[in-house]
Design a protein around this ligand. Structure first.
Ligand SMILES: [Zn+2]
Length: 428
């Protein structure tokens, strides 16, 4: 289904086309500070604005997820985060730190003169045909300020649930959960694990002209067909709770709540589920069963949770092997043990990426979700009510066919999608 990206709340900033600058010539590893000062005196040093623009442009072109700007021992290190790993781009002289951070702050409409407190802001910009949201976060550290810029791409379409990377069993479970007419369905994981993508795909799957779908988000990232979307105002004139209470009076069938961050949001989302709605939301958690205990610890009453939650998805993103340099290899005894194969199965082969220009030598290209899904059975419901231990709940879930995320990951290694090294990196 074609979906157009939501217009940003902030005005678009279209960067002026500029002469590309060679950041490398400013790298303190290849050029002395004195030389840079000479360039400055001759008026040949690029401005902080040009430097920032060059960094942003490169990050966009390389498909980076975030940019780390950090002052360390006499330098300002710039690194790009790409699919969960960091790569050094350039180390600029430390005296540029202030002006570069200042530019980023002003773009994200922060107070440039406040240097003693953490700040955050965001803005949108177009690069070529691509529209991006930049979330900027600044924190004072010992030698200046550290800045993280997250790049959020507004792709033109919402994923279908079939394309999220769920294995066959998990996809079946997920579809079953989405057929519930009422209840709370949570998509959990750490930040940056693709939860929002999954929830959007789910809402898009269940939405239809016969159903009233209302979402409350901060901010709205995609425009959904058949849905009324409430975005929380930047001036905080109303919050999640106010919005949810108002939405309940609009007679909805399906409600999407951006994120459950505290007990109050959890309780109101539960209330919405109890009054006959299917409520979809995301939450931070370390595993599917752990999300139940997290909600209990936040202060959501056990009886409330037991009577509303129908299922919990927990997911992480894992890097896929680059198709360009994929090769087969023989497993070591430790690796055989890791995939649970008998020691004598010496003919079992797995895959890895050799590294090529297509994947910048990493051997990986793109990411896919690995997941575990727990469906709340009547027995589990009772255990939530009794606040039983995570261990006991996990055992009960396993009896009903629940498979831990590691099994999904190993299956993806066996079918040549990812590597055992990558599983160890992500799951330990
Ligand atoms: Zn490659």
């Amino acid at each position: 289904m074609a979906v157009t990206p939501q217009q940003p709340v902030q005005p678009h900033q279209t960067p002026q086309p500029q002469q590309r600058i060679a950041l490398e010539q400013l790298d303190i590893k290849s050029l002395s500070k004195d030389k840079i000062r000479d360039l400055f005196r001759q008026g040949k040093l690029p401005t902080a604005d040009q430097i920032v623009e060059e960094i942003l442009m490169r990050a966009v072109q390389e498909g980076a997820n975030d940019i780390h700007v950090e002052p360390i021992e006499g330098e300002m290190q710039i690194r790009f985060g790409h699919e969960g790993t960091l790569r050094r781009v350039v180390s600029l002289p430390s005296d540029m730190n202030d002006s570069v951070i200042s530019v980023l702050k002003s773009r994200a409409t922060m107070n440039q003169f406040e240097k003693k407190k953490p700040q955050e802001g965001r803005y949108s910009a177009m690069y070529g045909a691509e529209s991006l949201d930049f979330r900027v976060n600044v924190i004072p550290v010992l030698s200046g300020e550290r800045c993280l810029v997250r790049l959020l791409r507004k792709t033109a379409s919402i994923s279908r649930i079939e394309d999220l990377g769920f294995g066959r069993e998990n996809l079946k479970r997920f579809r079953t959960l989405l057929r519930f007419p009422r209840g709370l369905l949570l998509v959990t994981g750490p930040s940056g694990s693709g939860k929002t993508t999954t929830v959007y795909a789910a809402v898009n799957y269940v939405a239809s002209p016969e159903k009233c779908v209302i979402t409350v988000e901060d901010p709205v990232e995609y425009r959904l067909p058949y849905a009324s979307q409430v975005h929380l105002p930047p001036d905080k004139s109303f919050n999640f709770i106010d919005a949810l209470r108002a939405i309940l009076r609009q007679n909805p069938n399906i409600i999407m709540v951006g994120e459950i961050r505290d007990a109050e949001t959890g309780i109101v989302a539960g209330e919405a589920a109890l009054t006959g709605n299917l409520v979809l939301s995301t939450m931070l958690a370390d595993d599917a069963i752990g999300a139940i205990h997290r909600l209990l610890n936040l202060g959501v009453p056990a009886y409330w949770l037991a009577s509303t939650v129908v299922g919990i998805v927990y997911q992480l993103l894992i890097r896929k092997i680059c198709p360009n340099c994929k090769e087969e290899y023989q497993l070591s005894p430790e690796e055989l043990q890791m995939v649970g194969a008998p020691m004598e199965s010496s003919d079992l082969k797995l895959f890895r990426g050799r590294g090529c220009p297509n994947c910048m030598g990493t051997g990986y290209k793109g990411r896919v979700a690995i997941s575990e899904i727990v469906t709340i059975s009547p027995a589990l419901r009772d255990m939530i009510f009794q606040k039983e231990s995570i261990l006991a709940m996990r055992e009960e879930a396993s009896n009903c066919g629940f498979q831990a995320i590691r099994q999904d990951a190993v299956r993806k290694a066996l079918s040549g999608i990812t590597t055992l090294n990558e599983i160890t990196r992500v799951l330990g």
